[in-house]
Design a binder for this molecule. Sequence first.
Ligand SMILES: [Zn+2]
Ligand SMILES: [Zn+2]
Length: 303
Amino acid sequence: MLPKPPPRGPRTGFIYEPPYRIQGESVAGEHTVVQIPELGLNFDMGSCPRWALAAGVTAVSHGHMDHIGGLPYYFSQRNFQGMGTGTVVCPPSLVIPLRDMMKSWIGLERQQTPFELVGLAPGEEWELKPDIFLRPFATSHTVPSQGYSVIEKRKKLKAEFVGMAQEKLKSLRTEGTQITEIHEHVHVAYTGDTQLCPALMHPDVASAKVIVTECTFFAADERKRAGAGKHLHVEDLRSLLPVWESGCVIAIHLSRRSNIQLAREELDRFPEGKRVHILMDGPRNSARYEQQVHNAESREVES
Ligand SMILES: [Zn+2]
Ligand SMILES: [Zn+2]
């Protein structure tokens, strides 16, 4: 009898929530890497699939292997393929250990791979694109950890000046009156690994349009495991979802033991569960995308 061919690898999870594509692979303890191509941004890099190279910036949540194992390969392949030096934004406490890791590769490879590390603490900001910033928030895991919000800052006319003639506004401005103010819009929040903590209720997360959240455990008898590993259990989502304004919550980092079908049933059990998509739920996400394509096509035919 012939031997079996090797098992096929995981399919990359994909969700389209205009204007963003959220794509990635994520299994707790194995690897997590999530990309938003429109932002040129990856969150974490437990492994480095080919598509992950395309984003020049990677925001790392914490130092566990399943979130950083792909980093040396990411830096190396980007350089090898002439894609420019990769930039990794990370908790400040990871800058020295990551630098040491990259130094140790020089001895192995007998060549230097260029890399860029940016230590960014909760509350600090780093400009990702014009007017779009990465701002970490403190999370609570078994090692130092943080999540990230992607925030757009838009200048807006202050309410008291709305409707005023252009001429008048111009003269106010030349007199030095501050006629505009900055409005913040949170496009995306990414939790990384964490247990339930206050930052998850903060507006930087709660007001995000898209929230990518870990949810490692779903079974009723796994609450203790979730507590020990400082991870979220689906029961924690039950208290977070009413606070989160997002219409598109994406669950990642399910444990290998979590059956996606059963996880889906758990989510469907509570009223806000319908807003939650599971990144690795291929069939359901494909059906959703096909429906989006179909809707777009019928709109084109109408117009
Ligand atoms: Zn993890
Ligand atoms: Zn972890």
